[in-house]
Ligand binder design. Sequence first.
Ligand SMILES: Cc1cc2nc3c(=O)[nH]c(=O)nc-3n(C[C@H](O)[C@H](O)[C@H](O)COP(=O)(O)OP(=O)(O)OC[C@H]3O[C@@H](n4cnc5c(N)ncnc54)[C@H](O)[C@@H]3O)c2cc1C
Length: 398
Amino acid sequence: MQHRIIVLGAGYAGAIAAGRLAKRLHREDVSITLVNAEPDFVERVRMHQLATGQHLKPRPFSEMFAGTGVELRLAKVTGVDADRKAVTVLDAEGTEELEYDTLVFALGSGWNDQGVPGTAEHAHEIASRPGALRLRERLARLEAGEPVVVVGGGLTGVEAATELAEARPDLDIALAARGALGDWLSPKGRGHLRKVFGRLGITVHEHAAVTAVAADHVTTADGASLPAAVTVWTTGFAVHPVAQATTLEVTGTGQIVVDRSMRSVSHPDVYAIGDAAMVTGPGDKPLRMSCASGVPTAWQAADAIAARLTGGKVPTTPLRYFNQCISLGRREGLIQYVTADDRAVRAALTGRLAAVYKELVCKGAAWSIANPTLGMPTRRRRVVQEPAQAASTVQAAA
Ligand SMILES: Cc1cc2nc3c(=O)[nH]c(=O)nc-3n(C[C@H](O)[C@H](O)[C@H](O)COP(=O)(O)OP(=O)(O)OC[C@H]3O[C@@H](n4cnc5c(N)ncnc54)[C@H](O)[C@@H]3O)c2cc1C
C-alpha cells in the first residue's frame, strides 16, 4: 500500500513542498498528489507588475512537474475533513472526495478588506491574478490626470504605488498609510523611500487610516476625502476560509496552528505551510505572510514528513529573515537588511543594484518552482512505517 500524500495549493509553498517530497521519498512507497485550482503557477510577488501591464512568463504545472512523480490534480478544494482524513474537491466533472494519509495544507491567502465599508464594492486588489487583471483593465481606461489612491503603506502598497507611478506618470498617484511612510525601515531605507516617492511624484498621506471607500474617493479617519478614480487596497492578506471550517486548531484569523516541524498541533497527519500556517519564528514572533517565510516552511514540512515516514531524525530548517527585498518600480529598489526576527538594521542597499537584486530573488523563487526536483540531491528513502510509529531505522534506497 502506498502512503498517500496530498498537497493542497501549488503556490510558492505547496509547489516547493511537493517537489521536495518527490525528491525525498521512494516512488513505489508514496503517491504525491498536488491539488490546485489553476493550471499554471501564479507569481504572486509580481501581481503589481501584471496590474501595470507587464507580461509575465507562463509557467504551466504540466511542464514543471512532468517526470517528477507528482500527480497534478486541477480542482478547487471545497472542504477538508481532518478527522476522516479526506478532502473534497470540485472540478468540471463534479465533486470528489480524496483520501489521504498525510495532508499538506498550502492554500495561501487573498486580499483582506478589513471590513472597511465600500471596499468590497469599489476597491481593487492585487493579491490574486484575477484582481490584478481587473485592475490592469481599469487602469488602461484611465485618462491622464485621474487620481489613483493606493491604500496601505506596507511592502505591497509601497511596491504597488511605485510600480504604478513609474508605468503611468500621467496619472495622479497617492498612497494612504496608517503610520509614517516606511516607518519600520532604517533611517537610510526610509530616506531612500522618500526620495524615490518624491522623484516619481507620488503624494503621501501619512497617519491616514482609510475608513470608507466610494466609487470616486476614499475617506480617512480624520474626515478627509481623497479623490480616487481607482482605489487599490493593499492592507494585508487574509487566509483561505477552508481551514476555519475544519476541526483543525486555527487562530482567530484562520491560520492553522503548527509546531516547529509545521505539523498541526491538533491533527498529526496534517501539515500547514506558507500563508496558511501560524508559525512562530525567532523571538517568539509569528512569521509574516510572505515567500520569505513560506519557502523555508515548505522545506521544513517536506523534510519532517520524509523523516517521519522513513524513520529518520526530523531536521530543523532555519526559519529566520535576512532582508526585505522591495521593488520600487523596475529601475529602483530597496534591500533592507533585518535581524532574524525581521527588525530593520542600519544597513540597506538602494538604487539600481537593489532593483537587480530584487529581480534575481523573484527569478530564483520562480526557478525553484519551475524546477521542483532540481537543485538538491536525490535521496529517496524507503517508507518504513506509518508516521505515528516512526522508529529510528532508515533504509536508504538508491
Ligand atoms: C503584489 C504582491 C507582492 C508581494 N511581494 C512579496 C515579496 O517581495 N516577498 C515576499 O516574500 N512575499 C511577497 N508577497 C507575498 C507572497 O506572494 C505570499 O506570501 C506567498 O505567495 C504565499 O505563498 P503560499 O504558497 O502560501 O500561497 P499562494 O502563493 O497564495 O498559493 C496558494 C495556491 O493555492 C491555490 N488555491 C487557493 N485556493 C484554492 C482552492 N480552494 N482550491 C485549489 N487551489 C487553491 C492558488 O491558486 C495558489 O496556487 C507579495 C504578495 C503580493 C500580492
